[in-house]
Design a protein around this ligand. Sequence first.
Ligand code: NAP
Ligand code: MG
Length: 489
Amino acid sequence: MAVAERRFRNYIAGEWVDASSGEMRPDENPADVREILGFFPRSTEVDVDRAVEAAAEAFATWRRTPGPQRAAILHKAANILEARAREVGEALTREEGKTIGEGVGEVLRGVQILRFFAGEPLRPFGEVFSATTADTFLWAERVPLGVVGVITPWNFPVAIPLWKLAPCLAYGNTAVFKPAELTPLTAHLITEVFIEAGLPPGVLNLVHGPGSVVGEAIARHPKVTAVTFTGSNAVGRHLYQVASERGAKVQLELGGKNPLLVADDADLNFAVELATSGAFRSTGQKCTATSRVIVLESVVRDFTEKLVERARSLKVGPGMDAATYMGPLVSEEQRQRVLSYIETGEQEGARLLTGGHELAEGDLRYGYFVAPTVFADVAPGMRIAQEEIFGPVVGVIRARSLEEAIEIANGVGYGLSASIVTRDIRKAFDFIRSIEAGVVHVNSETAGAEPHVPFGGMKGSSSFSREQGRAAMEFFTQVKTVYLDMPPA
Ligand code: NAP
Ligand code: MG
């Protein structure tokens, strides 16, 4: 069967099934829209309802499945994904656009995530307390929530679903998984991996379709106990209202406007490399991407010159081409959004130094390419300095002192990640203490996170909860306190 003819399905109650609507949507390659990777169902509330019912039924058994058995399935899933890393990485690159190095790297990150959470059912999940009476045995244990809705974005279509699904399942919950409509193929492959690993029917259900219908129905479904969401602030806040209104537990991981501070003692070539990677890897489409570089006055000229030179040198093209540094935007809609921000920046008076336009030479015309873009003379209050652009655009902001740089860094509604380049330990500590960010880097780029440590933002970037590592237990479980007394002799 040619890939272009492949019609995919939802996975509900252990079966691959068509959506009730019968409608399908093509999955295109953003580097070359002539390539269609397959057709995916546009599901409706009816399909969500079936998936939730299946998950609710499976929960009764899955929650009682011994931890070591759940662990074994996750271990097996890790091994299967590792064996298929190249294939899944290629699918990721073809449907999302990032480079093949990043695509395969993300899948291997997914393998690490699965391995970490495969260990979780074997680790302690409670505390024992003393009681005021001699014959009372008193403990508090972590128990699963029930059916969890897992709603994910397109920018890390393997890692994000896995860092939600792995803990969700490890701690004994069942899941209804709604991936982004732009990246359904990787979601399909992840689901296949879990099936092959022996996950029982109904424990993981995959429902493709538009967020406004399928995501909404998950958020509203009375049998969905919790919803974990990563995506934009607008959708996240809306979903929070809808789901928490009916008493569901909700976790949000949202956008960022992440700053890289360059102190006056910094090695500028090193700083430029961190800025370049942070701003342009994955085409700037990381929640932790560097979108503001705040540079001390005395070095801003040199730094900016070097950054522009580096941005101009980057090879832009299809992610499957091994020489490519930066791939396309994920969709025409995203490209238009990015171009419109570039226009806004120019209108606001920022100085466009390089990029700022589409790239359409030769075969690039078939993809959603935009040149790496650098603005200078960006003022902290400008929209391009305040709003998440989510593309290959970085603005250089000048600061008179480190204190002012930190103030500018904190002067946005977001607080996901932040970094400083300095050799001065005092400056590093001032920054660490004052910066309002959930993830702080010193002498490394704003993007990048280890899979076994807490991840999440402050302020508008999150809902105070953390993902990954043992921190995931907070969201995916609840506490049951047990007083066990001896019956009268
Ligand atoms: P998005 O538009 O908010 O979509 C995220 C998910 O929500 C998608 O699956 C989407 O479905 C679904 N959705 C849309 N409307 C919905 C509704 N009314 N109810 C329920 N679900 C709905 O975000 P995106 O454009 O995919 O991703 C980019 C954003 O994610 C950026 O803001 C980025 O910063 C953020 N992000 C944050 C993190 C983090 O950990 N903090 C990580 C990565 C990305 P459709 O596919 O149909 O739209
Ligand atoms: Mg979207």
